[in-house]
Each structure stands twice: as structure tokens, then as C-alpha cells.
Design a protein around this ligand. Structure first.
Ligand code: URP
Ligand code: ZN
Ligand code: ZN
Length: 485
């Protein structure tokens, strides 16, 4: 037997379903052997006292992307992927964003070009659909799907991206026909605009009023509406960045009925609250994201949703905007919450927060941590079993976690290009020490070990379900027959 390029021995290996004491042998970038005892390879890592876990998959992040408000994110594909890797993530799926008046084909080519020479870990793209014209729906989306971009994001808010219900149905229909998954930003645009106008007129433009304008009922209403549209056609949807108990309960109720509704949440909704936005001047803009941070009761509801399976994926929604006049505060101290770039950075903090506050505090098992941070993303977005698990034949994308290391967060520890972290001063325990991507050591001893551009685009397959769902699609089946013959 040829020797291994790399062995990782004496560690505790966990997947989404199992935990065992196991050695890993890696050859040609793949996991070649798993056994209780393996001989040392050319390079041998002693993982005693460590957890050896699948590298994380972050399926919601905004990298080198122009936002719906026309603001460029601070991270490019180099800083964004380096930061992800230091946080134990080995695959990202950011967005290629189609803005109105531009073609999907040109958009996709542009994002490939940006990522190719910079990414240090593997990546795919989702497509944001800003304008579902007939040509895009019938020609360009099918071509993008054939090219391995098998998921779309649509918005129910933001003036430049918001789709009407009719358009949402058209997108769902194409997704069903072509085999793609639709991700939805669910907030009721009219409710938010109506409240915001009145707040601004009364001089309430400070960041904390962002949370008032984006009422939890606006999130719940849109969540309920997209669920009904999804059920009408029996097309699964994944509701992203869920923040409120109201939306969580709405999703849970639909899942209980058997509807194929999936959901994602993010670190900011677990450990930050609306009080963080209440800072002097415009400082609170650093904590403005949409949907917004809520209260302690909402945090508990989101934790419960992670533990009870309402949420299948846990992503960063890393939306890195500098705290300056190019992004967060375009009019300096005069900027109102309506003018601020929405979003918080978190690609590097995503998994350490879940590990520390979820696993070590007993809210989640280690296997749930793996499922929520990696495996379910791979299954849902057509990467499984190449990514998202530890199995013979899978890519050797791994993160070796030391559960004893404790760090107080200081922005100087971060590897992004944003300039601040909303988690400044927080204390988290359990950090990844060594990270590998296709058997290459990416991070070790706090150092980046790979070249810019060494990450690869991963052509994704057909999205799959996470758990067998019974369906309530009887009426939808009849409707499909009538419509499609
Ligand atoms: O506030 C957020 N989440 N900004 C990023 C864009 C989005 O809607 O995900
Ligand atoms: Zn969104
Ligand atoms: Zn986002």
C-alpha cells in the first residue's frame, strides 16, 4: 500500500451522525482510509485531545459583491476566503448578483473571473435574481444551472431587488423544472417602508430605529407568504437568515404539516441583540443587518430552532461593509438607518460562536454542530458527499478543533478587510487550530499556508433534501397537471 500524504491520528472524529476515536489517512487530496490505527504518513498530525471535524461550509456570504443598495463589500475573494479558513470553513457559497438590466451569463462570468485568482478555499456561487425576464428564465438560468450554479436567491424587500409574488411564482416554477433550490429573503417591504418613513419624518433616524422599522411581523408575514407560494406549487424553498420567534414558529408549523420548507439562521441572531444598535451617534450601524437583531427571547427561540431541527443550515450572512462613508455611513454622522449598508461581518466567527455557545454550553451535540455547519449545506446545495463529511472518497476538507482554547475577541485577530467586528470583547472557547482543504494544510500555527488562487470552483449538483419530508402537495400535484398537461 502506498503511504499516505498526510495522516491525522489520535483525534476524535465526528460527522453529522457519529463520533469515534479514529485515524485518517489522506492521499491525493481525498480521505483514503479511516481506521482505529493507521501508520504515519509523510506528514503526520497528532490530534490527541482535539476534534477532527469536516471543514465548515458557509452557504450564505457576500464576497466582492455589489449589494442591493449598490455598495461594494469590503472583502474580495482573497480576504473573504482567508477569513473563512481561519474560522474553520473550507467551502463557501457566496452570491453572483444579477442587477436589473444585466445578463445572468455576464454576471456569472464576472464572478468566476473575480474568484479564480484569489480564493484560497473551494467555492461555488448562488445566483441572486434581480430581474426574472423571459430570456433569463428560459435561457440564462438553465445555462447557469448546467454550469453548476444550482441555487438562486430572491428578495421580497429592497427596492432594487424585490420581486412581486407573481415573479416569485415564476422563479419557483423554473427552479422546479430545472432542478434548483430557491433561497428567499423574507421581509414585507411595504410594512418596513411605511414604518421607516414615519420614523424618519419624526427625526428617528438613529441606527436603533432600523430594528423598529424591520418589525418581526414584517418578517413573519413574508415568511408565511413565501411558504404559501411554495406550497401552491409544491416547490421547496429555503428561508435565509431567520431572526424572529414569529418567523421560526411559522416555518415550524409548515414543516409539521409536511411542507418542504427549509430554513437558515446566523450567528448574529444567537449572541447579539437590538441593544447593540443603541450606541452613541451612528456607531450602532456596525450592528445593522436585515432582518435585524432582536431580543433575548428571540435568541432563545433561534437556539431552540437549531436544536429541534427547524433550521437545517447555519451560515454567516457575512455582509462586510466598512464603517466609513463608502459603505455603512455614506453621510457620516448625518446618515439615517435607511441609508446604511445592511449587514454584519461574521465569516470567521460563525463556527467558533456555534462551537462555544452551542456545543460547549450543552445546547447542541457535536454531531448537530457538524450537520448545521457543514453536512446539511453539502446535502442541500448539491455538494454531498464530496464535501461536508468525513468518509473514504470525500475531499480531505477538515478542521481540527481544540476545545480548550479560549479567546477574547479583538478585531486584530480577524483576517477580513472590514475593519471591525460586531463581536468585539466577546469571549469564546473552542477554536480550529489546523484547517485542510483537499489535503493541503491551509491554516496552521495561526499562519496561512496556501497561495492566493489555490481554491477551486466546485460545480454543484442537484440540491437534495436534508431529511425525508412527507409533502402536502396533493392540491399542487393537481395544479401542476392542469398547468403543464
Ligand atoms: O443585512 C443583510 N443581511 N445584508 C446582506 C444582504 C442580505 O439580504 O442577505
Ligand atoms: Zn438577505
Ligand atoms: Zn445575505
Amino acid at each position: 500500500m502506498d503511504s499516505f500524504d498526510l495522516t491525522i491520528r489520535n483525534g476524535t472524529v465526528a460527522t453529522a451522525t457519529e463520533t469515534s476515536r479514529c485515524d485518517l489517512g489522506i492521499r491525493g487530496g481525498k480521505i483514503a482510509a479511516m481506521a482505529e490505527r493507521l501508520p504515519a504518513g509523510q506528514r503526520d498530525i497528532d490530534a490527541a485531545g482535539r476534534y477532527v471535524l469536516p471543514g465548515g461550509i458557509d452557504s450564505h456570504c457576500h464576497i466582492e459583491q455589489l449589494s442591493g443598495m449598490g455598495i461594494m463589500s469590503a472583502d474580495d475573494f482573497y480576504s473573504g476566503t482567508v477569513s473563512a479558513a481561519f474560522g474553520g470553513t473550507t467551502t463557501i457559497i457566496p452570491f453572483a448578483a444579477q442587477h436589473r438590466g444585466t445578463s445572468v451569463t455576464a454576471t456569472v462570468a464576472d464572478y468566476h473571473e473575480r474568484a479564480r485568482a484569489k480564493a484560497v478555499i473551494d467555492y461555488g456561487f448562488h445566483l441572486i435574481i434581480g430581474e426574472p425576464t423571459e430570456k433569463i428564465m428560459n435561457e440564462e438560468l438553465p445555462a447557469a444551472i448546467k454550469g453548476g450554479i444550482t441555487s438562486f436567491k430572491v428578495y421580497m424587500t429592497y427596492p432594487k431587488w424585490k420581486l412581486e409574488d407573481y415573479q416569485l411564482l415564476e422563479v419557483l416554477n423554473v427552479a422546479q423544472r430545472e432542478g434548483a433550490l430557491v433561497m428567499v429573503h423574507a421581509e414585507n417591504d411595504d410594512m418596513i417602508r411605511w414604518i421607516a418613513k414615519r420614523l424618519i419624518e419624526r427625526g428617528h433616524g438613529a441606527p436603533k430605529f432600523h430594528g423598529v422599522a424591520h418589525d418581526a411581523l414584517a418578517e413573519a408575514e413574508a415568511t408565511n407568504r413565501i411558504i404559501m407560494l411554495s406550497r401552491l406549487l409544491s416547490v421547496p424553498v429555503l428561508i435565509v437568515h431567520v431572526s424572529s420567534p414569529e418567523a421560526t414558529n411559522t416555518i415550524r408549523a409548515a414543516q409539521t404539516l409536511g411542507a418542504r420548507i427549509y430554513a437558515e439562521t446566523c450567528p448574529q441572531y444567537l449572541v447579539l441583540t437590538a441593544e447593540d444598535m443603541d450606541q452613541p451617534g451612528v456607531e450602532g450601524a456596525k450592528w445593522c443587518c436585515s432582518p435585524p437583531l432582536r431580543d433575548k427571547a428571540a435568541q432563545e427561540a433561534i437556539w431552540a430552532g437549531l436544536a429541534n431541527g427547524t433550521f437545517q443550515t447555519y451560515s454567516s450572512d457575512h455582509a462586510p461593509y466598512k464603517f466609513d462613508e463608502t459603505a455603512k455611513i455614506p453621510r457620516g454622522e448625518q446618515t439615517t438607518f435607511k441609508e446604511m449598508a445592511n449587514g454584519v461581518p461574521g465569516i470567521e466567527m460563525r463556527l467558533p460562536i456555534l462551537f462555544s455557545e452551542g456545543v460547549l454550553k450543552g445546547r447542541l451535540s457535536l454531531n448537530q454542530f457538524v450537520a448545521l455547519g457543514a453536512t446539511n449545506h453539502a446535502r442541500m446545495y448539491g455538494l454531498y458527499p464530496r464535501k461536508g463529511t468525513i468518509a473514504v472518497g470525500s475531499d480531505a476538507d477538515l478542521a481540527i478543533w481544540n476545545p480548550e482554547i479560549e479567546k477574547r475577541i479583538d478585531y486584530s485577530m480577524m483576517h477580513d478587510a472590514v475593519g471591525y467586528t460586531p463581536y468585539e470583547g466577546h469571549l469564546y472557547k473552542g477554536w480550529p487550530e489546523i484547517v485542510t482543504s483537499r489535503g493541503r494544510i491551509v491554516v496552521e500555527d495561526g499562519q496561512l499556508k496556501v497561495e492566493r488562487g489555490s481554491g477551486q470552483f466546485i460545480q454543484r449538483g442537484v440540491p437534495g433534501p436534508v431529511a425525508a419530508a412527507t409533502t402536502v402537495d396533493g392540491p399542487a400535484r393537481k395544479l401542476r397537471k392542469l398547468i403543464h398537461g
